[in-house]
Design a protein around this ligand. Structure first.
Ligand code: NAP
Length: 453
C-alpha cells in the first residue's frame, strides 16, 4: 500500500500549480500525495483560458501539463472555490502544506474619466470570453463588440498584441481554433476595420516580444501603420535599444513597417507611442479616447506635454496588466497585487506563516512566459521540502479525507476523470465541425459532460 510521507494541497490548476505537482510527485526518495484544487471545473488555468487560441503551439503545453495529472498520488478537484466552498483553514488542517498558485485573475485600472462607460472593457474579460472561460461575461463582451468599427487597445504588452490580433483578423481566420462556436460567430460578424494600439512610453520601452509583434505584420488583409516620428529615438530610448536586444529587434520591426508604402488593405492596425489616455469620451457609451503626448523629462521620468489628440473608437480594451485577488485568511500586498512571501513561504507582517506557500503570478506578479512558472514553482517546492526536512511544517489536525469534506459541503466537484471525459467530448465536438477541438464553455455542460462522459 502507498504510504505518503507528505500531503500537499495546491490551490490553482494552472501551469504553476501543475509544475509544482510534477516536482512534488516525481521525487526519487519521498512519497508525496498532491491534491490540486481549482475554482474552474477543468484544469490548466491560463494555458486553457489565457493563451490565445490561435497560438496552438503554446497551447500545446497543455499536453505536457496533462501528463502530470496521471502521476501516482496526484488528484484534481475542480469546481472548488477555496475560501468560499472550503476554507483555507480546512485545507491547512487536512494537509501538511498548502501551496497557493491561483494566479492573477483581475485587471489593473487606468484611473481616467469614462473608464466605466459601455464599450470600455478590460482585456482580461475579452481574453476569458474568446478562450471560452465559463466565468466570462459573455453578454457584456458580445454587446461591446457588436457594430464596432474602430477599437483602441491601451497598453503595449503581449496581451495587447493578442487582443489586437484576434480583433483585427479576417472573418473566418480563426475558424480552425478551439474557440467556442458563439465566439467564432461573434468575431466573424464584427465590422472592425481599425485597431489602434497605444503605448504611454516609446517603442523601445514596449513589453511585447518580437515574435508576437512580427506576427501582426503577417496577417492577411491587415495593414500595419506606424508613424515614423514615433521612432525618433531620444537618449533614454537609445540606451534601451543598446542594452536590450528585444527592444532593439522590436524597434527594427516597427521601423520596417513605418517605411512600407500604403497598401490599402481592408483592415488596419495602427501603433501610437508616447501617448497616454486622459479620458474616454462619450455619453455613457465610448465614442473615443483623448490621448496626451508624452516624453521623457531630464530626470528620466515620463511626463505629459499638454498636447492632446483624439481617436474615435466605439470599443476601448484596457490591456494594462493582470492583478492578483486576495484569498480569505491571507494578506495581499495591495500595491503589487501579490501575496507577500519569502522565497515562496507566505509571510504575514514579515513573519513566515508555517505550511503556506505561494508560486506563479500570485507570488511574483503577472510576468514572464509559461515556462517561467516552472522555475518559480520548483523554487517554492524546494523551500517546502526544506521545511519538511527540518521539521518546521505544522502538525496536521484533520483526518486527511478531503473527499468526505467536499461531500459534506455538498460541492459538485470534478476530478481528473471528469477532465478526461470533457477532453474526449471537446475533441468529438471539434471533429464534427472539421476542427481538432471545440471548447465547451458553459460550467453546467462541463460538469455534466465531466460526470457522464
Ligand atoms: P505587460 O507586459 O506588463 O504590459 C502591460 C502594458 O500596460 C505595458 O505596456 C504598460 O506600460 C501598460 N500600462 C500599464 N499601466 C498603464 C496605464 N495606466 N496607462 C497606459 N498604459 C499602461 O502585461 P500583459 O501584456 O498583460 O502580459 C502579462 C504577461 O503575460 C507578460 O509577461 C506577457 O509577456 C505574458 N504573455 C505572453 C504571451 C506570449 O508569450 N505570447 C501572450 C500574452 C501574455 P508601461 O510599460 O509603460 O508600464
Amino acid at each position: 500500500m502507498r504510504m505518503a510521507a507528505l500531503r500537499v494541497a495546491i490551490v490553482g490548476a494552472g501551469p504553476s500549480g501543475i509544475y509544482a505537482a510534477e516536482a512534488l510527485s516525481s521525487l526519487p526518495d519521498l512519497v508525496v500525495d498532491v491534491d490540486i484544487f481549482d475554482a474552474l471545473p477543468v484544469p490548466f488555468g491560463l494555458v486553457r483560458y489565457g493563451v490565445a487560441p490561435d497560438h496552438t503551439s503554446i497551447r500545446g503545453v497543455r499536453d505536457t501539463l496533462d501528463k502530470t495529472l496521471n502521476n501516482e498520488g496526484v488528484r484534481f478537484f475542480g469546481n472548488v472555490r477555496v475560501g468560499v466552498d472550503i476554507s483555507l483553514n480546512e485545507l491547512s488542517d487536512d494537509y501538511d502544506a498548502v501551496l497557493l498558485t491561483y494566479g492573477a485573475s483581475s485587471d489593473q485600472h487606468l484611473g481616467v474619466p469614462g473608464e466605466e462607460h459601455k464599450g470600455s472593457i478590460p482585456a482580461t474579460e475579452l481574453v476569458s470570453w474568446y478562450c471560452g472561460n465559463p466565468d466570462a461575461q459573455r453578454t457584456l463582451i458580445e454587446d461591446s463588440i457588436r457594430g464596432v468599427s474602430s477599437v483602441v487597445v491601451i497598453g503595449v504588452g503581449n496581451v495587447a498584441v493578442d487582443v489586437a490580433r484576434i480583433l483585427v483578423k479576417a472573418p473566418g481566420a480563426l475558424d480552425e481554433t478551439d474557440m467556442p462556436q458563439h465566439v467564432l460567430d461573434a468575431l466573424s460578424n464584427t465590422d472592425i476595420t481599425d485597431v489602434h494600439i497605444v503605448g504611454r512610453r516609446g517603442p523601445a520601452q514596449a513589453s511585447f516580444t518580437t515574435k508576437e509583434l512580427r506576427e501582426l505584420g503577417e496577417l492577411s488583409g491587415v495593414e500595419v501603420l506606424v508613424d515614423p516620428d514615433d521612432l525618433d529615438m531620444d537618449a533614454i530610448s537609445l540606451e534601451a535599444i543598446a542594452s536590450n536586444k528585444v527592444a532593439a529587434r522590436n524597434v527594427e520591426v516597427l521601423r520596417e513597417w513605418s517605411s512600407r508604402a500604403p497598401q490599402n488593405l481592408p483592415r488596419r492596425l495602427h501603433f501610437h507611442f508616447f501617448r497616454r489616455p486622459l479620458e474616454l469620451i462619450g455619453d455613457n457609451a465610448v465614442e473615443g479616447v483623448v490621448l496626451e503626448r508624452t516624453e521623457f523629462g531630464e530626470d528620466g521620468q515620463l511626463r505629459g506635454t499638454g498636447s492632446t489628440e483624439e481617436i474615435a473608437a466605439q470599443l476601448v480594451v484596457r490591456s494594462v496588466g493582470y492583478r492578483g485577488v486576495p484569498i480569505v485568511g491571507i494578506e495581499l500586498d495591495e500595491r503589487s497585487g501579490t501575496i507577500p512571501n519569502n522565497a515562496g513561504r507566505v509571510t504575514r507582517e514579515g513573519m513566515v506563516v508555517p505550511g503556506i506557500y505561494v508560486a506563479g503570478w500570485i507570488k511574483r506578479g503577472p510576468s514572464g512566459i509559461i515556462g517561467t512558472n516552472k522555475k518559480c514553482a520548483v523554487a517554492t517546492v524546494d523551500a517546502l521540502l526544506a521545511d519538511y526536512a527540518d521539521g518546521s511544517l505544522p502538525a496536521r489536525a484533520g483526518a486527511g479525507s478531503i473527499v468526505s469534506l467536499l461531500e459534506e459541503h455538498e460541492i459538485d466537484f470534478s476530478t481528473t476523470q471528469s477532465w478526461r471525459n470533457v477532453d474526449i467530448a471537446e475533441r468529438e465536438l471539434g471533429q464534427s465541425r472539421g476542427r481538432e477541438r471545440t471548447t465547451i464553455h458553459e460550467r453546467s455542460d462541463l460538469l455534466v459532460v465531466g460526470r457522464n462522459g
